[in-house]
Design a protein around this ligand. Structure first.
Ligand code: SAM
Length: 422
């Protein structure tokens, strides 16, 4: 039997109408045979002449030969490195188109009984944390992000998405580290006090002390591991500026915090709204609590909160914040893998979970067994949210509010908030 891959190749360039956007941002169309084809750079509404170049695991890939009819949602990418840099690969879709695409995806997951709300975030200079690669090249030290589908660093003259302070750090890294550093990585986050950074690198020369290097780099804190040299100086964590007193949320360069202050403000406002919609509860459990980014919203509303998080530093920061705010007695912080510390609710309880991209099948399974009154699911991954949402709905929970906060504009990713009630 002739493999399908050969059959597709024999068709040569074909005219392809793009009808959907794939999970990684590629345009998706169908050949006359019914075979689905993914094409990088195309958008729903585009029609293009495409060469089908291969088939793996039943998925065909195509290359654009010529755009025949552009989608009305196309826009001119603003970044000079678009198509080269691996980040921000959806800049050719208008911001309104991106938001609607993400809103429609969540709508498909939660069904038609609720109207999904959507909040746009301005992408310019919004990203407050970064991990940049450092590599020696003939013309100096390259500092930046990996090129698309490659392990080389993309030439990005100016990153439009980074907060200006981080973009300035990128330039200072090239100047300061350029004369002596070979290869490495720097993670950095901007908070109220400035930037704290974590540098790991290789070099043949002994590095300056962390205090001196931090001053040269213009950061308020620096920890490094350079060759066999280790040192640190200044603040190892910084406070998120959008969090209001008496609460504080502190984050380290290698810890977790939401991608931008503007998105986090919108996310917290959305969560506050759905908590108010959910009505009174005696207590709450929070899963994947981090350093307490949403915990104050729960402490404001419920008598007792149990917060689970596996990262020991984040747990310490959370407990310190609660003690300083005078809420220590009402918060029980549990440092654990979520799966190992699930407990049934007492009385009328709300569960709030904010897992990473893998989702939280263990939490949704526990919810179907122990049936907390309400579940607020904050998700950054629509595929795993879809799976976990199905678990809750099959067990009799109803989505009663759902919202997209487009925390990652110019990319396929987004934050979402969904409230499930019994
Ligand atoms: C998406 S972050 C959310 C943190 C917090 N809600 C925030 O907005 O900053 C997910 C958090 O879950 C934690 N985490 C991931 N997997 C976990 C697990 N299996 N058990 C416990 N915590 C986990 C991570 O350390 C991280 O702090």
């Amino acid at each position: 039997m002739t493999p399908l891959f050969q059959q597709i190749n024999e068709q040569g360039p074909v005219s392809l109408a793009i009808t959907a956007l794939g999970g990684l941002g590629d345009g998706v169309g169908r050949l006359a045979s019914g075979q689905v084809v993914f094409v990088a750079g195309l958008l729903p509404g585009d029609e293009a002449l495409v060469t089908v170049v291969g088939l793996r695991k039943g998925v065909a890939r195509g290359h654009v030969q010529r755009l025949l009819t552009p989608s009305p949602q196309r826009s001119q990418p603003e970044c000079a490195a678009f198509g080269v840099c691996g980040g921000c690969n959806l800049q050719h879709l208008s911001l309104a188109g991106q938001l609607e695409h993400k809103r429609a995806q969540l709508q498909r997951i939660v069904g038609t009984a609720v109207q999904v709300q959507a909040t746009a975030i301005d992408p310019h200079g919004h990203r407050r944390r970064t991990r940049m690669h450092l590599r020696r090249a003939v013309d100096g030290l390259q500092v930046g992000f990996l090129a698309s589908k490659s392990d080389s660093i993309a030439a990005t003259p100016h990153c439009l998405a980074l907060e200006p302070e981080l973009e300035a750090l990128r330039r200072r890294c090239a100047q300061v580290l350029g004369p002596w550093l070979q290869v490495g990585e720097i993670a950095a986050v901007v908070g109220k006090e400035g930037i704290t950074a974590l540098l790991s690198a290789k070099t043949n020369a002994p590095p300056p002390a962390a205090a001196e290097l931090a001053q040269q780099l213009g950061v308020v804190g620096l920890r490094y591991s350079i060759g066999h040299h280790r040192d640190h100086w200044g603040l190892m964590d910084v406070a998120l500026p959008e969090i209001e007193a008496p609460w504080t949320v502190r984050t380290a360069a290698d810890g977790f915090c939401q991608a931008s202050a503007t998105a986090n403000r919108a996310l917290r406002a959305t969560i506050a709204q759905v908590l108010d919609m959910a009505g009174p509860h005696e207590s709450a459990q929070e899963f994947f609590a981090g350093a307490g980014n949403f915990t104050d919203l729960l402490l404001h509303r419920y008598g007792h909160v149990r917060a689970l998080e596996r990262d020991a530093h984040a747990c310490t920061r959370l407990a310190q914040s609660a003690a300083a705010a005078g809420w220590g007695q009402r918060l029980h912080v549990v440092q654990s893998q979520v799966a190992a510390a699930l407990t049934p609710p007492h009385g009328r309880q709300l569960w709030l979970l904010d897992p990473g991209r893998l989702g939280a099948p263990e939490v949704t399974a526990a919810a179907t067994k122990w049936r907390p009154q309400s579940v607020v699911y904050v998700s950054c991954a629509l595929d795993t949210l879809g799976r976990d949402c199905a678990t809750l709905v099959n067990a009799g929970y109803r989505p009663v509010a759902a919202a997209v906060v487009d925390a990652f504009p110019w990319t396929v990713h987004t934050e979402t908030v969904t409230l499930f009630c019994q």
